[in-house]
Design a protein. Structure first.
Length: 363
């Protein structure tokens, strides 16, 4: 081949390859532009995860340090990996205060409002672990959306040595942005595990392996390679829920009574006199009311709804058993603290024991 012709062919090949590279680059950029990360709203309440200790070994007295709680933007800056998996907006109300059941109503409405935004695909709510099971279950019952709601917390403050705060927060965003998480109600993510809001409970004061589903187990795992689900919540929640809150909602007062061999009659009557419209008894064994049996039977007969639950942590309380009295409600396998929330919501609708029982059977 003549040198001039060979040079011309090589130049043509280079030009062709350049055009192909430019086309491929343009197509790749278009594909990237069309691929959007899950849009997650970060909402924050008071709790350990966003706390600062005096130093890295401060894992128990950080609330006395006087340090301000970390804001969402600070935590996200410290965990830049979250930005690679989610497009995050931090809620303006940061943090959300949660001290009363009225605060819970406000939080539920705020979460529902956030999820109503078409530019939000899910919510991550950071809160304290002491009440994580109650708040998650309340949201599970009162937020009407199929979008994912993830609640997470930590056993060690954000600044502690070997804190669980960083990975729990990262995993919460992974779960919130995962398509398989939609429609499962409120999910609690901690220690690489995903537990349904109805079942989750805190089982340890300081250990990281604290959040369990008791006898019903986990829904899945937030493992390094994937978000893996194995079970679905079977009871009614979120968009299937009949419980509706409005601005200014104030739920009826419900009190929990702990039953033991030292329990003496009087506290239940005092609770009713103080304004309680419902009582939850954390009974012994399968829901025995012990020394409070006669008093609670009289209160139930007078029209105050009494729910029998169990303090043992696992198993059901059934309605037709040795300790059932007329007009009482059986809590099934709900813990006393969760039973009190469902009862308060139910009392907004009715005070009929049979209707309240239906709610406990369905939720």
């Amino acid at each position: 081949m003549q040198p001039a012709l060979e040079r011309a062919l090589r130049a043509a090949c280079r030009a062709r390859n350049k055009l192909l590279d430019q086309a491929a680059e343009s197509g790749w950029r278009s594909a990237v532009a069309e691929t959007t990360l899950p849009r997650i709203r970060l909402m924050i309440g008071p709790g350990t995860l966003s706390s600062r200790g005096i130093d890295r070994m401060d894992m128990t007295r950080y609330r006395r340090s006087g340090n301000e709680q970390m804001r969402g933007e600070e935590m996200l800056a410290a965990i830049p990996e979250i930005g690679t998996i989610s497009s995050v907006t931090v809620d303006a109300d940061n943090p959300h205060g949660i001290g009363t059941i009225d605060d819970l109503c406000c939080l539920s409405l705020a979460v529902e409002s956030a999820l109503a935004d078409p530019n939000v695909d899910g919510v991550v709510f950071v809160q304290g672990t002491n009440s994580i099971e109650e708040i998650a279950y309340f949201l599970h019952l009162t937020v009407h959306s199929t979008k994912t709601i993830v609640v997470t917390g930590a056993q060690r403050p954000f600044t502690a040595l070997s804190t669980d705060a960083h990975l729990n927060l990262y995993d919460a965003f992974r779960v919130a942005g995962n398509e398989d998480s939609r429609g499962k109600g409120v999910l609690v993510v901690a220690n690489g595990e995903i537990t349904g809001a109805r079942d989750v409970t805190k089982t340890n004061t300081y250990r990281l392996q604290a959040f369990r589903g008791r006898d019903l187990g986990l829904l899945g795992y937030a493992d390094q390679d994937e978000i893996a689900y194995y079970h679905l919540p079977a009871r009614r929640h979120t968009i299937q829920s009949e419980f509706v809150l409005d601005q200014g909602s104030s739920l009826p007062r419900v009190e929990i009574l702990y039953v033991g061999v030292t329990s003496q009659p009087g506290l239940a009557t005092a609770a009713v006199q103080a304004g309680a419209r419902g009582l939850v008894a954390a009974g012994t064994g399968a829901g025995s009311l012990g020394n409070l049996d006669a008093e609670l039977a009289a209160i139930a007969a007078a029209g105050v709804v009494v729910v029998r639950s169990a303090r043992v942590g696992e198993g059901r309380v059934v309605r037709d058993d040795n300790w059932q009295r007329p007009n009482m409600v059986a809590a099934d396998n709900l813990s006393p603290q969760k039973a009190s929330l469902l009862l308060a919501l139910g009392l907004q609708i009715t005070q009929e024991p049979d209707e309240i029982q239906r709610m406990f059977d369905q939720y």
